[in-house]
Write a protein that binds this ligand. Structure first.
Ligand code: SF4
Length: 374
């Protein structure tokens, strides 16, 4: 893995030479200077025909947004660079595949009031905003993020709904990326949620520590720690995202006693190898982040080029399970199309039964028997 400091320094010198450290480290400056279109990208990357053609299409698609910090981590000459493939569109995105759907998890059906998705009695997802710092080409909510659906002015209705349902104990604040909301407004939202007596746990889903670690300011962390227990569930894709800047952001959160967990989407040509996933999960754990879900990529329109066959995913997980500690091994799940929730998939380890014993297969293919109590 290349040193991000070297990569970032070279990139800054080349494209943002007049920019001070203070500006570069300001998350709002980074947002204002995101790469948004073909002209922006072409200035900094050598685009492939597939990328250029996707960027030439206008209207209707998932927007493009890449903070300069994250663009600096991409290989400008290689369209197969894994970080580049997560955020730069290619024409495959415009080719619909069998079984794909704009809302594969039926979140619209499970939306109880605007911005609140409820699939379980004790938990809800609260969509705080519809915008993100960057737009992942495989996003489950690509139907709504980036202004594709209106998602504003809904907080009051959402809070009223949650307050009126005492069986809800856990709120996952998601989006879009909730950390796109100002710290002051987020503070207000968390105050209101914490004032609801039956809410025990607050979770926040974000991709910011990986794509824009400067968002993890001292002010944000100090605010979050007032609402414990808070779990930050971050979205990490590739070990190259774990730059010194990202590790510092994670350390700030962990030092504040905030529990950190990570979700990863398995993506073809991006992270579908044992070596890459092992490095990612191991390094997340070393940075006090527990990897907890490895998702099979949801079948959103134009996702076929990013989806890994499930059999290959299972084989990867089986090999990984023999190579990393259980703490560094997330559950491989398919979020069931149709709204069935997360269903674990994995290698078959329970392979048979003998009188008084069950037969088990380990990741190396060896069979063992366990004396099973009657
Ligand atoms: S950050 Fe999350 S919500 Fe935003 S585009 Fe990526 S996956 Fe979707």
């Amino acid at each position: 893995m290349k040193s991000s400091s070297v990569a970032v320094t070279g990139f800054r010198r080349r494209f943002f030479s007049g920019v001070s450290d203070r500006q570069w480290s300001d998350w709002r400056w980074q947002l204002r200077h995101r790469l948004r279109n073909r002209a922006d990208l072409e200035r900094m990357l050598v685009l492939s025909a597939a990328e250029r053609s996707a960027l030439e299409r206008s209207g209707g698609g998932l927007p493009v947004a890449i903070p300069p910090y994250y663009a600096a981590l991409m290989n400008p000459d290689d369209p197969l660079d894994p970080l580049r493939r997560t955020l730069v569109p290619v024409v495959g995105e415009w080719q619909g595949g069998v079984g794909e759907a704009a809302d594969p998890l039926h979140e619209r059906r499970d939306t109880v009031v605007p911005g609140v998705i409820r699939r379980h009695p004790d938990r809800v997802v609260l969509l705080a905003t519809g915008v993100c710092a960057s737009y992942c080409r495989y996003c489950t909510r690509s139907r709504l993020v980036g202004g594709r659906e209106r998602l504003t002015g809904h907080w009051e209705g959402a809070l009223t709904y949650i307050a009126a349902h005492p069986e809800i104990r856990d709120v996952l604040i998601s989006g879009g990326d909730p950390w796109m909301v100002s710290t002051r407004r987020l503070d207000h939202l968390l105050t209101r949620l914490r004032a609801i007596p039956h809410i025990e746990l607050l979770r926040i889903g974000t991709r910011m520590p990986m794509v824009l670690p400067m968002r993890v300011t001292g002010k944000l962390v100090a605010m979050l720690r007032r609402y414990q227990p808070v779990v930050v569930s971050l979205h990490a894709t590739h070990p190259a995202e774990l730059t010194p800047e990202a590790m510092q952001a994670l350390a700030r959160l962990a030092d504040a006693g905030i529990m950190l967990a990570a979700q990863t989407v398995l993506l073809a040509g991006i992270n579908d190898s044992v070596a890459i996933l092992r490095e990612l999960f191991q390094q997340l754990l070393c940075n006090r982040v527990r990897p907890y879900y490895l998702y099979q990529c949801d079948p959103i329109p134009g996702s076929a080029h990013l989806r890994v066959p499930v059999d290959a995913g299972i084989a990867l997980v089986e090999r990984l399970s023999g190579e990393v500690s259980g703490l560094a091994l997330p559950r491989y799940v398919i979020d069931a199309p149709g709204g069935g929730g997360k269903i674990p998939v994995g290698p078959v380890t329970w392979v048979g039964r003998e009188p008084g014993r069950i037969l088990l297969r380990n990741p190396h293919g060896q069979i063992f028997s366990y004396p099973d109590p009657p």
